[in-house]
Design a protein around this ligand. Sequence first.
Ligand code: XIL
Length: 387
Amino acid sequence: MERLKILYNRILVRFCIIALSIITFSCDSIEEVDPVVNDPKDQDDDKDEEKDEEIVAIPLKELFKDYFPIGAAITPHHADANTDHGQALIKHFSSVTAENVMKPDALQRNKGVYTWDGADKIVQFAKTNNIQVRGHVLTWHSQTPNWMFYDQDGVLLSKEVALDQLEDHITAVMSRYKGDVYAWDVVNEALFDWDPNGEIIYREDSPWYKMFGESYIDSAFVFAHRADPNAKLFYNDYNSIFSWKRYKIYNLVKRLKDNNIPIDGLGIQGHWFVGTSEENIRTSLDLFRGLGVEIQITELDLPVYLSNEEPGSTVYTETFSARQKEAYKMIFQIFLDYSDIITNVTFWGIGDDASWLDKPGRKAFPFLLDEELQPKPAYFEVQKLLD
Ligand code: XIL
């Protein structure tokens, strides 16, 4: 009898343990089930978020592969596949431009002493990764060493000496990168920017102009063609979309063409902003089409402010994002519309982490990739143009 009691108790205890386990297990399961959502508004929000997350960014170079290469201005530091910038370049870009290291003061700061390291690194990286290189720049009033303009006493050089030196520089640089740099900005910003009546044509305070008048432009193109007959040769300038400047640019390129000076293209820098006028861009492109040369957008950036007076920010706000979505959509639609004459679109940087326009307390956020080099909402607007 005693034995039966013990057996009965054991069975009871086991039963209790099993019952408790079942209850505990069931409770855990219930907690893991998502709460039922009854609010239809909440459901819609969820769907919207899902939609944004579902869009997969197509790399820029893939997106535009049937239209034009997409480029970025870079430093030698970026030209490294082991960096985030290098990875972003390989993923998104089919063209690069040296932001500074191919300028005269970088390549030949002292007469006859060339510094190739930075430029070589960029060219090597580009070759390895099947990326084109645009060369920038051979002849400019800025970022050019004084010895190209003045003698030891600070007196402007004679035409002959200055021309010889320019030819040596152009020949040395273009020969080194023959076959690797497919296009060059041969002359940069030779035209006067703004005067009330549009009467001052050339930038007369440029030492080049002081020595030669406008003929230095012609000479630079002739030297460049001689150095590498296969390279595409460009005149490059800014504010090309404004009425006071577009005719100066048009007339200069036309004059060069009429005089059989070897020029292949016109570089429109594209330092615009989110309020840039669509009409101005289209009007200039319509005019430049008549020149019969290639057009490249060489230095695109769209800072987020509507004016210099607008307070600066180091945070990318919803307002900035909304402005940039509209502006980038509009601008890339234009590029697509004119893709029969536009042969390259290059941003003047890679992502919002660094831009030549950034100032302390006032970031420009001018690109399609954010500070982490990830696509911004404006990027997806551009992508939708090609859906
Ligand atoms: C700028 C670079 O981005 C800066 O890093 C440098 O300090 C100054 O030059 N037009 C040009 C470019 O043709 O070479 C300039 O680049 C921007 C304006």
